[in-house]
Write a protein that binds this ligand. Structure first.
Ligand code: ZN
Ligand code: FE
Length: 252
């Protein structure tokens, strides 16, 4: 499995997946037809379009790509009325094979009510859209904080060597927030050095390892007594800490 990162719009990432053995090409969240098509052209075909959720910055290339390459569009069944051109209605926990590749659908509502992740278990890769970012998580637009918290916990339970490919390059801004409330975290400080050097060279900070995120992403550390202490609510439940952090981040 080869993955090409395609920067789109101001800070979106689309991803092209190539399975060489079977000559199968997939794209995850095509934000922009022209930008994605420039990459797809090299392969001369596109078999599948995978959408994590219905927001325009993740589906805007759907119809033109489907039209040009006759690709099949896969999205969550609950969003069949909101994902342009959808052909295949995916269910939570459903396993789906594409060429020699296989992924599992993980239903992770919160950012939107129909958000899913694509988990390629054998390849140890997960596409998390706008739910889990490097050092952050998505805004809670349609669901509740509790749903988002539970969705992040689902992703937390994947093997720590899983590579996370998310929908946006928000890492730097997220790191500033993490540092504010987790200022003694050495792993975080080391990570920030790496982030800065990548961004300086105009490279994506993505993918990241789940194991590293567990140590550095404050939204995955709501059970950490140090974090509870640092935001001044030692007695809060993990969910209350999550809600507080989400609130602070929304106004950061
Ligand atoms: Zn979104
Ligand atoms: Fe987005």
């Amino acid at each position: 499995m080869k993955i090409e990162i395609i920067p789109c719009l101001s800070d979106n990432y689309s991803y092209l997946i190539f399975d060489k053995e079977t000559d199968t090409i997939l794209i995850v969240d095509p934000s922009d037809f022209n930008v994605c098509d420039k990459i797809i052209k090299k392969y001369k075909k596109l078999d599948y379009i995978l959408n994590t959720h219905h927001h325009t910055d993740h589906v805007d290339g759907n119809l033109k790509l489907k039209d040009k390459y006759n690709a099949k569009i896969l999205g969550f069944e609950g969003d069949k009325d909101r994902i342009p051109g959808i052909d295949v209605f995916l269910k939570d926990n459903q396993k789906f094979n594409v060429g020699n590749l296989g992924f599992k659908v993980i239903f992770i509502p919160g950012h939107t009510r129909g958000h899913i992740a694509f988990y390629f278990e054998k390849n140890k890769v997960v596409f998390t859209g706008d739910t889990l970012f490097s050092l952050g998580c998505g805004k809670v637009f349609e669901g509740s904080n509790e749903e988002m918290f539970n969705s992040l916990n689902k992703l937390k339970s994947l093997p720590s060597e899983t590579k996370i490919y998310c929908g946006h390059e928000y890492t730097k801004k997220n790191s500033n927030f993490c540092l504010k409330y987790d200022s003694n975290n050495h792993s975080l400080k080391e990570k920030i050095i790496t982030i800065n050097s990548k961004l300086k060279k105009n490279l994506p900070t993505i993918p990241v390892l789940l194991g590293d995120e567990l140590k550095t992403n404050i939204f995955l550390k709501c059970n950490d007594p140090n974090i509870k202490h640092s935001i001044g609510h030692k007695d809060y439940s993990d969910l209350e800490i999550f809600s507080k952090l989400r609130d602070l981040k929304d106004n950061f």
